[in-house]
Design a protein around this ligand. Structure first.
Ligand code: CUA
Length: 166
């Protein structure tokens, strides 16, 4: 079978690019630990207020008996609830957030406080905040006319100044 040399070159180039992509993907997934969240947990977004965990009174920051810090939040057009979250510096913090309506994105620039909030699922992530300070929290998925106004605040305070409710 005759294959034109030019065609052969392009075939080699294409296959090489595919292999390169696989290597890059493998590196980020296995070495740099960058992957999609693995927490596949479903929830009925229309009934969040009726659940134990995401009812209004149960949102916010809590410290468990073992000292770990848990943040429970709801994203809804157009805001994050609670409006302000205060967490300790240098301690693992687990965030669980659900959407009450459409797709939102939780994002505090300069931190790992960052996840998609897909309606019907609970998004969960655990991270540590190495630097104290105040961070803006924004929605980074277009969710409607008020998307630009969907902001809240994250405060990272030194461990000894931190007081959680519950
Ligand atoms: Cu919520 Cu954009």
């Amino acid at each position: 079978m005759h294959v034109d040399p030019l065609e052969k070159k392009w075939a080699v180039l294409t296959v090489s690019l595919m292999i390169l992509s696989m290597i890059i993907l493998g590196f980020f997934a296995l070495e740099a630990h960058i992957r999609p969240p693995s927490n596949v947990e479903t929830i009925d977004s229309t009934r969040l207020h009726l659940t134990e965990e995401f009812a209004e009174d149960n949102l916010g920051v809590k410290t468990a008996a073992d000292g770990t810090v848990h943040v429970t939040m709801v994203a809804a057009r157009y805001g994050f609830f609670p409006r302000e979250v205060v967490v300790p510096q240098g301690v693992p913090v687990t965030i669980r957030i659900a959407s009450a309506d459409v797709l939102h994105g939780l994002h505090a620039p300069g931190t790992n406080f960052n996840t998609m909030v897909v309606p019907g699922y609970v998004s969960q992530l655990t991270t540590e905040f190495p630097r104290a300070g105040e961070y803006p929290v924004m929605c980074n998925e277009f969710c409607g006319l008020g998307h630009d106004y969907m902001w809240s605040r994250l405060k990272v305070v030194p461990k000894d100044e931190f007081q959680a409710n519950g």
